[in-house]
Design a protein around this ligand. Structure first.
Ligand SMILES: Cc1ncc(COP(=O)(O)O)c(C=O)c1O
Length: 327
């Protein structure tokens, strides 16, 4: 694993390994490869896209970074700013766990402001802060530079895998990762490879948009996979799903996502959020077989799962969910 983030002119993310999972492959009955973006320093793939956005903005003279996120986007923005020597203000909704605020302040030196009951209120405040000159507003998922940064994940995987996969599996929150992956897949000649877009019930704004043929704003996020909890998915994600028949939206329940996190911890000794468990559940469970039965997927010999990671998880929290879902 190489880290070019220490070079002023290089990207802020690391090149992460793509590994063959022997335990999951044995379980699934086909070769499962894992793109381990949980190994990024701020804990998730988010640094790829947010890092790209920040690098571009700094070339245009940005002097400070503002981001509203109590999750992995905030951590990526704070880490990126620290690596670039820029001050960062991260605006958190009141519901954010205290350990996230501590991490932002103590590990990445960010200024933390707690404003608003829900993310939309924190975000409105952040947008207002960023109206001052030379301040970069970082959206958690909806920007072409973010998608371009996320596309590097596929460019790397294409070099690391022994062959083209038969399917790529990814979690969808606001859709930034999906948009970036799709961009990367076009670049490396994987345009015909189907993509399974995983969400949990109660955080399923992409599925609602696809079903309704228009953007839908969910009334609330009721899933434990809070990081998949964008009330409205990006317009670009819906556009892609409408344009390409090989993006398949799948919704699972929280219990399956948490169960996949537990199995993954045992199989690979990594702790990931249910947001990532949603993708892992596709290969631990019968999602792929289900899509094949529906005639949406052909033969699968090799699957690539994006292990998107997530920092807002602890062993204790995972145990609480295990008990809550009687797993
Ligand atoms: C761990 C993790 N996985 C997946 C996602 C979904 O990413 P996106 O919002 O780009 O769809 C997020 C978003 O915060 C996340 O933190």
């Amino acid at each position: 694993m190489s880290h070019s983030g220490s070079r002023a002119d290089g990207p802020l993310h690391m090149v992460t390994p793509t590994i063959r999972s022997f335990p999951i492959s044995a379980h699934a009955g086909y070769d499962v490869f894992l793109k381990l973006d949980n190994l990024q320093i701020p804990g998730s793939f988010k640094i790829r896209g947010i890092g790209n956005l920040m690098k571009k903005a700094s070339q245009q003279g940005c002097k400070k970074v503002v981001c509203a996120s109590g999750g992995n986007a905030g951590l990526a923005a704070a880490y990126g700013a620290k690596m670039m020597g820029l001050p960062a203000t991260i605006v958190l909704p009141q519901s954010t766990p205290a350990f996230v605020a501590d991490k932002l302040r103590n590990e990445f030196g960010a200024e933390v402001e707690i404003v608003g009951k829900v993310w939309d209120e924190s975000n409105a405040y952040a947008i207002n802060l960023a109206k001052q000159p030379d301040i970069l507003y970082v959206h958690p998922f909806d920007h072409p530079d973010i998608w371009e940064g996320h596309s590097t994940l596929i460019e790397e995987a294409a070099k690391q895998l022994p062959c083209k996969p038969d399917v790529v599996i990814v979690s969808v929150g606001g859709g930034g990762l999906l948009n970036g992956l799709f961009m990367g897949m076009q670049k490396v000649g994987w345009g015909s490879v189907p993509c399974v877009a995983m969400e949990t019930r109660g955080a399923d704004s992409f599925n609602a948009a696809v079903k309704n043929g228009k953007l839908v704003t969910l009334p609330d996020i009721t899933s434990v996979a809070k990081c998949l909890g964008a009330l409205t998915v990006s317009a670009k994600s819906l556009e892609l799903a409408q344009q390409y028949q090989n993006i398949h939206s799948v919704v699972i329940n929280d219990a399956k996502a948490v169960d996949a996190c537990l199995k993954f911890a045992d199989d690979h000794r990594y702790l990931v959020e249910p947001a990532c468990g949603a993708s892992l559940a596709a290969v631990y469970g019968d999602v792929i077989k289900g899509l094949q039965k529906e005639g949406k997927l052909g033969e699968v010999k090799t699957a690539l799962v994006v292990v998107c990671g997530g920092s807002s998880v602890t062993l204790k929290q995972l145990e609480t969910w295990r008990d809550m879902f009687h797993l």
